[in-house]
Design a protein around this ligand. Structure first.
Ligand code: SF4
Ligand code: SF4
Length: 299
């Protein structure tokens, strides 16, 4: 077949799909554009520089067109570094129909630690359910019982969809005490200088996937607790320097690979790459802890 071994690309405004239909290995990469926030993490880590991002459009201070990611199929090797790093789960990868990210499978890239553990006893101890609607990705479900007047009388079977949860920690902060324990993979600081914001601009709030940025009718503000350090705000901001994301740490499973060192260098500072090598001495001790976390992620 003429297409065997080559990557076939199909795209619509909603999704982009790359497929390599080998006889023994059928690899597929799917980008869900409705989840993509244009953060550029995939573009930064791609070792083939196959990814480009068109900046979202801002008109009169509002985002009028979302950022658009494109992948050049002639450059892409379907390694999966984009899928492994995406902070918002916009990518999905399968091999022969089963979820698999080759670069993780072949131990060239780590798993990001994105656990969200639910303590059912703590979650059921409260009838306050506002945190379910507050989840920015609609990732929380629960069985809710109500009386005849519609008041909540019992909450049970609280679950988090780990394929959509972006680890913003809002449920941990605003849900019942002790109900959620979230590990945030990207950590750092976000700096906002409202003196540089054009009047009435709220483009960063429009693009922010974790609803960390709010606009109160006069100016934007950031609640850093919920920031996932994607950087989408910085990319759409029409006033350079008004908002800045600084990634300082990435929580991940132990790894020793050049591919990861390069990706880390682009995503965080050189200081962090050095610190990563310093930590290698502690890797074995951490491994037991991480194994436990991973077990909980797949359960
Ligand atoms: S961490 Fe954020 S995205 Fe994940 S379930 Fe909690 S509120 Fe939703
Ligand atoms: S405030 Fe944080 S989560 Fe929101 S777009 Fe900026 S970096 Fe991303």
């Amino acid at each position: 077949m003429a297409t065997r071994g080559k990557i076939i690309k199909t795209e619509t405004p909603e999704q982009l799909r790359l497929l390599r239909p080998m006889v023994v290995r059928r690899t597929e990469l799917l980008l869900d554009r409705s989840k993509c926030c244009g953060c550029n993490v995939c573009r930064l880590v791609c070792p083939r520089e196959a990814i480009s991002v068109t900046v979202g459009q801002v008109t009169d201070g509002r985002m009028t067109a979302a950022p658009v990611v494109n992948i050049d199929e002639s450059l892409c090797s379907l390694c999966g570094e984009c899928a492994a790093s995406c902070p918002v789960h916009a990518y999905e990868m399968t091999v022969d129909g089963k979820p698999e990210i080759p670069v993780i499978r072949f131990e060239a890239f780590p798993n990001l630690l994105r656990a969200n553990r639910v303590n059912q006893a703590a979650a059921s101890a409260s009838t306050e359910t506002g945190y379910i609607a507050a989840c920015p990705t609609g990732s929380i479900s629960a069985t809710i019982e109500r009386d005849e007047e519609g008041h909540v009388t019992a909450v049970s079977q609280v679950e988090v969809n780990r394929r959509t949860c972006i680890s913003c920690t809002r449920c941990m902060e605003q849900g019942p005490a002790g109900a959620f324990t979230v590990t945030k993979p990207y950590q750092g600081r976000v700096y906002l200088d409202v003196s540089l914001c054009p009047e009435g601009c709220q483009a960063c709030a429009d693009v922010c996937p974790s609803k960390t940025i709010r606009y109160d009718g006069a100016r934007v503000s950031v609640d850093e607790r919920f920031c996932i350090h994607c950087g989408a705000c910085e990319h759409i901001c029409p006033a350079p320097g008004a908002i800045r994301n600084e990634r300082r740490l990435i929580m991940h499973t132990p790894i020793e690979s050049g591919a990861w060192a390069k990706a880390l260098d682009k995503l965080v500072s050189y200081r962090e790459v050095s610190a990563e090598y310093d930590r290698k001495g502690q890797v074995r001790r951490r491994r037991a802890v991480v194994k436990g976390l991973l077990r909980e992620m797949v359960e």
